[in-house]
Design a protein around this ligand. Structure first.
Ligand code: 5GP
Length: 190
């Protein structure tokens, strides 16, 4: 998506070869018009596939997921992060390894909001190592729902997330794919 690539070039900062900061329009301050455009683009890619819910991981995935859900006219479900394991039979739970924070956390989903009747599109801001998405898919599959795919705003294609998800039979659609980056440059893949 050219609009997003231009915005990343203009306002994004590659902190180093691995981390891209997009705090001014995605992660801290949010550009609502751009977010709506991006949500519509992800929704258009997966439209007419019988999607019943859009799911995301709190908190950075909420803006793109909400806009995608709005465009698909389905509810959005937030997979919630919990600091430690809580025992609750109304919840599905799984552990995630955080790429940015280098810690583990528990991801939870209420059994009420995703069921075996659902066909779920997962949406997130970034795809890096694919740990968060893999855990989210594991959690959604506990409910016996089916997965339509993963839509992300930015894929760092030099990291293994895309291949990892493809290996699990998950279609990945990314609006911007970064092949390489460093202090003063960002290279996109077509
Ligand atoms: P993964 O599990 O794919 O390694 O990482 C996914 C999560 O880590 C994303 O949801 C995102 O919140 C965060 N993340 C990974 N790489 C980056 C990055 O380069 N910049 C930012 N801002 N967040 C990232």
């Amino acid at each position: 998506m050219k609009l997003l690539e231009e915005k990343i070039r203009q306002d994004g900062t590659a902190v180093n070869e691995h981390i891209l900061k997009v705090d001014s329009f995605i992660n801290h301050q949010v550009d609502p018009a751009l977010m709506q455009e991006m949500g519509r683009e992800i929704a258009d890619h997966f439209r007419n596939r019988g999607i019943t819910k859009v799911a995301t991981i709190e908190s950075s995935g909420i803006s793109p997921a909400l806009m995608t859900a709005l465009s698909l006219e389905v509810p959005m479900v937030i997979l919630k992060k919990q600091p430690s394991k809580i025992l609750n039979q109304d919840l599905y739970q799984t552990v995630v390894t955080s790429f940015t924070k280098e810690t583990n956390y528990e991801l939870t989903l209420s059994k009420k909001y995703i069921t075996s009747e659902d066909h779920v599109l997962l949406v997130d801001d970034f795809l890096a190592n694919g740990e968060a998405a893999t855990a989210a898919i594991r959690l959604i599959r506990m409910s016996h729902a089916t997965i339509a795919g993963l839509g992300v705003l930015i894929e760092k294609s030099f990291q293994p997330g895309h291949e990892k998800l493809k290996g699990q039979g998950i279609e990945v659609y990314a609006l911007a794919r970064i092949g390489k980056m460093g202090e003063n440059y960002i290279e996109f893949w077509e």
